[in-house]
Structure formats: structure tokens, C-alpha cells
Design a binder for this molecule. Sequence first.
Ligand code: FMN
Length: 322
Amino acid sequence: MDFNGKLILAPLAGITNSIFRRVCRKMGADVTWSEMVSADGLVQDAGRTSRLLRFTEAERPFGIQLFGSNPRIMGLAAGKAAGCEPDFIDLNFSCPVRKVVRKNGGASLMRDPKLVGEIARETIRGAGSIPVTAKIRSGWHAGMLNYLEVAEELIRSGISALTLHPRTRDQGFSGQSEWDQISELVRVSTVPVIGSGDVFTPSDVSEMFDTTGCAAVMIGRGAVGNPWIFSRAKCLLTGQDDPGEPQADQRFRLALEHTQMMVEEYGEKYGVIMLRRHFGWYTKGLAEASTLRRKLFACTSLDEVKTIFSGYLERVQCIQTG
Ligand SMILES: Cc1cc2nc3c(=O)[nH]c(=O)nc-3n(C[C@H](O)[C@H](O)[C@H](O)COP(=O)(O)O)c2cc1C
């Protein structure tokens, strides 16, 4: 799996489902990641967890991310995930959420590099020929910045690439991500390093490549309601003019396409209702956004969404032409 120069859609639990991943691939994301999948859930399972493994060819290159703390179970889960033939399997040592950390999963494992290594080795064994990557944080808290030690253990265990989100578990998503730590990891790592954290604009993408020397840039919150970030960043990276912020009509076109895909997958009513959060994100920053959102949040059909969008565009045009 070649990550060099790639723009990656970050795993975002509850957001980056198969359809959103397809939307982002179409808008220029080079690689996509599943939401994190519980290894325990997968092994015990339960169709509910297995559903998170589903993907389409359009999402490739695609990785399935597993979390858990028991090496044996991680190995079994990796075998199950490998059966779906993703392009890679990723290990989550970065989730700060209490529910996950309480069971010693996600970022909790940053406190135990030896166990991280055991998990990686069992996962690699279970994954067979599928490459295994890992995503880590800076450490557990500011007094325990051990990302280099954990990275060394992972590399020694045979992982193929490393993503660093340079915040501690205690920080959650607060403060700023410390890109210097990405540079530091790039300096010592023998596997490709993927940078993650606070990439919200196309210029953030090129800045992260330039200042850290990372192999690839991962974009999370900056892609939500804004999948254009991938195509715009690519323009910037290849010396073309940045087309700029998408206008209302562009946003609505993509939001409608996204809605249509949801409707095809989940049926009209449920598909539209499930997309409400995305409507909020797609309309961020537009004039009269709160009125627009109130109307969209009451919709249960694709036709209603279309009518609201076209009504908004007509009104804006009237205002602009006086
Ligand atoms: C709502 C939400 C869900 C997330 N879910 C995951 C996840 O399932 N697995 C993971 O490794 N990271 C997860 N993350 C962390 C992101 O992948 C990313 O590393 C982090 O948000 C920093 O990047 P950003 O500033 O570009 O968003 C999540 C973050 C958010 C905000």
C-alpha cells in the first residue's frame, strides 16, 4: 500500500460511513478509512459490528480500523476483517473516548508499549497478506509523551505505516495539534508517517507536507460538510489556481447527490433523516443558514430537499440582482 503524497479521509466514528467515503473519494480523497470497529464486537458478532466492515470498490484504497486490547482477539478480528479484502487494516491506539479507554482500548494503550507490540504482532499474523498500519497519539498526558517509543515498538513489530495525531489523550480535541512531533517521528521512522490534526484548509494541507515531511496528510473535521478540501488541496499542490470556497449552488448539488445515495441505500425517509447533520455542515457559513437548516431538518423526502435548495437559490439571486 503506497501512501506517498496521498490525501486521506480520516476515520470519524459516526460520520465517515461508506456513502460519505464515496463522496470524498469523488471529491479527490486518495485513500479512505473505516470508522473504528470493535475487535470484541467483531469476534462475538453480531451483524451490527460486521456491517461497519462493508465497503464498495469506489472507496478503495480502503482500510478497516480495529480497536481492542486483547492480542488474541485482535488477531481473530484481523482474520475476519482480512476476509473482506480491504487494502490494509489499521490499529487504533488513538481514541480518547471514555467508553473505549475504560476497557483499555484506543489511546489507553499508549501507556503500555509492550502490549501495543503484542497487539500489532497478533494482528499482522491474523491479517495474513493484508498490510497492517497503526494510528497513535502523542501519549497519555503531557507528562508522558511516548509516541516515539510506541512507534518504535510498532515498527519493530512489522507495521507498514504510522499515523500520528499529535495530541495527548488528556487533550481530547482541545488545544492545538503539535506538528513538530510529526516532524520528529518522520525523522526517526523507517515506515511512512501520515500526519493528522487541525487540517482545515487547502493551505494547511501543503503546510503539513512542507513543514513535517510526512508521507501523507489525513483530513478529518476539515472534510465534514466540505469534501471540496481534497480537490482544492490538490490544485494547490500541483500549482493550479485554487477554485476557492464552494458557492451555495455547488454545495447544494453535492448535498443532493449525497442525499440521493443515502436514499438509495436506506430508503427515502430514513435516508433523508440520517443526512440532517450533514445538511447542517453543508450549509455552514451561508447567509440565513439557520432558517435554511430549520427547513431542511424538517424534511423527510428528496423532493422537499430539492424545493428548499432551489427556493433558497432563487431568493439569493433576487437579492443579488436587486
Ligand atoms: C467525531 C470524530 C470521530 C472520530 N473517530 C475516529 C475513529 O473512529 N478512529 C480514529 O482513529 N480516529 C477518530 N477520530 C480522530 C480523527 O481521525 C483525527 O485523527 C482527528 O480528528 C484529528 O484530525 P482533524 O483535526 O483533521 O479532525 C475522530 C474524530 C472525531 C472528531
